[in-house]
Design a protein around this ligand. Structure first.
Ligand SMILES: NC(=O)c1ccc[n+]([C@@H]2O[C@H](COP(=O)([O-])OP(=O)(O)OC[C@H]3O[C@@H](n4cnc5c(N)ncnc54)[C@H](O)[C@@H]3O)[C@@H](O)[C@H]2O)c1
Ligand SMILES: O=c1ccn([C@@H]2O[C@H](COP(=O)(O)OP(=O)(O)O[C@H]3O[C@H](CO)[C@@H](O)[C@H](O)[C@H]3O)[C@@H](O)[C@H]2O)c(=O)[nH]1
Length: 445
């Protein structure tokens, strides 16, 4: 099939590349000229594991190409995917201006039947809005609008896209349904379903899934906070709970609060939708409040340890991206922690395997960026671990002890075993577990 993908961000580029990989001819279009130029030159503008191999193969074999021209991209396309931003507006509702703006342009460009697919996360009722804009200048026989929300996670986006747990297709048109079924069949060979439903339910499914996952994490963060007070170990509790097949083991990890470009914005947007429908969605209100506090937790622990006096103190930070295996720093907890520490007078030496360039664009020389995780520890008063990159999981504790002024670690991701940290002579504070406290004189050789 011939496909156009409008918007080449984390979703659009992965979507376009994966559709090309299954044999379709894909043209990706973006208004960002520099980005398009880079992609034309074979450069991938984001860090997403596994994307490079597919990108290289499909561009080389002519199934994947890039342009800034919407008319050129859609001319021969049977399907047009909208993978455009839907950022939060001032009141928290999803800003639909990108989607509706492109729909308006399409209404002047479409000449033969096309399926317009909304891949962005959009509030219930958006497909009707898109339909109405298109219908202003187009015969209704010439298009169908489909809601096809995307559930990929950054860092494992290619795998999630190629082997989805399910594909959700919202459409009331049998013609569009057949086109979408044909397109997605290669992706659901392992028996996972394509779920057909109406457009509104498809739009709601996306917000319900993200808001539920954000709630689940928040619930665990509160359990962890209570564990700390009760001297219980949240890791044990998590495994004990997760072994119940009704609960399941995944997505129960407490930490520094959820971040990223989706959960915070989508929970807000669903709340806004609820308010507009005169429904008071109380759980989500609590989720956002708890998450705001949880994001501060590590900074609060650090401040408490130093009796609120961080003047002249240097804190090393391991991990800046909102999660491992991405360079994305949108709503990353590390930014909130760094802001609070800077405000309290601390100096920051930061290291992240992929996200430093993006963070530097925001902070400039307000913080120091180090080439190596150990370099960040030289002369630091403490280490704070914010993102659970694999490379931080089995460090040399000996080198860490030697480089830090004191063997003091604040771990927002519970990477290390408590007994191990005790043996290694660290003062170690993590999430939902007892603090490990060791007199510095008992440091192992
Ligand atoms: N990032 C994720 O993990 C993820 C997963 C599922 C769903 N979503 C949803 O998908 C949508 C896109 O998210 P993203 O993270 O890929 O966004 P992004 O910001 O990474 O990318 C959006 C792209 O659209 C381009 N763009 C903006 N206006 C345009 C226009 N008029 N014409 C062509 N291109 C234009 C931008 O230049 C940018 O490259 C959002 O609704 C998001 O909520 C995101
Ligand atoms: O047990 C967990 C799992 C995740 N997180 C945090 O939750 C946030 C989101 O993580 P994750 O869901 O892995 O990343 P995203 O790429 O934001 O993916 C979410 O948001 C996407 C955009 O809508 C959806 O497509 C995905 O299905 C949904 O998982 C991050 O800050 C994680 O650190 C935790 O704190 N504990």
């Amino acid at each position: 099939m011939n496909i156009a993908v409008v918007g080449t961000g984390y979703v659009g580029l992965v979507t376009g590349t994966c559709f090309a990989e299954t044999g379709n001819k894909v043209i990706c279009v973006d208004i960002d000229e520099k980005k398009v130029e880079r992609m034309k030159n074979g450069e991938i503008p984001i860090f997403e594991p596994g994307l490079d191999v597919l990108f290289e193969r499909n561009t080389r074999q002519g199934r994947l190409s890039f342009t800034t021209k919407l008319d050129e991209a859609i001319e021969d396309a049977q399907i047009i995917f909208l993978a455009l931003p839907t950022p939060p507006g001032e009141d928290g509702s999803a800003d639909l201006s990108y989607i509706l703006g492109v729909a308006d342009k399409l209404s002047f460009l479409i000449k033969d039947y096309k399926v317009i697919v909304d891949k962005s996360t959009v509030p219930v009722g958006t497909s009707e809005k898109v339909h109405n804009i298109l219908a202003k200048h187009l015969d209704e026989e010439l298009f169908d609008v489909v809601s096809n929300p995307e559930f990929l996670r950054e860092g494992v986006a290619v795998d999630d896209f190629m082997k989805p747990d399910r594909v959700v297709i919202g459409t009331s048109s049998s013609r569009a349904r057949d086109v979408m079924k044909q397109l997605y069949e290669p992706f659901v060979r392992q028996g996972n379903p394509i779920l057909f439903m109406d457009e509104r339910s498809a739009e709601m499914t996306k917000y319900a899934a993200n808001s539920y996952l954000a709630t689940r994490i928040t619930f665990m963060n509160e359990i962890a906070n209570l564990c700390e007070k009760l001297e219980a170990n949240v890791d044990m509790v998590r495994i004990g709970m997760g072994s119940d097949s009704r609960i399941g083991k995944r997505f129960l990890f407490p930490g520094v609060g959820f971040g990223g470009s989706c959960f915070p914005k989508d929970v807000q947007a669903l709340m806004r939708t609820a308010t507009e429908s005169e429904y008071d969605f109380q759980i989500l209100d609590a989720v956002l409040k708890v998450n705001t506090e949880q994001r501060r937790l590590l900074a609060k622990k650090i401040k408490t340890h130093f009796q609120d006096d961080l003047q002249g103190k240097t804190i090393a930070i391991w991990g800046l991206a909102f999660k491992p295996n991405t360079d994305d720093i949108r709503e990353a907890p590390a930014m909130y922690i760094i802001d609070e520490l800077l405000e309290a007078g601390a100096k920051i030496k930061a290291y992240d395997p992929e996200a430093m360039e993006n963070v530097q664009k925001i902070y400039g020389d307000k913080i120091q960026f180090m080439d190596d995780q150990y370099e960040a520890l030289i002369g630091a008063d403490a280490l704070a671990i914010v993102t659970e990159w694999t490379v931080f999981r089995t460090p040399s504790f000996k080198v860490m002890r030697e480089l830090l002024k004191e063997p003091l670690v604040f771990d927002g991701r519970n990477l290390y075993d408590l007994e191990r940290m005790q043996e290694q002579g660290f003062h170690y504070l993590s999430i939902g577990r007892n603090p490990v406290s060791v007199a510095t004189s008992s440091k192992p050789a």
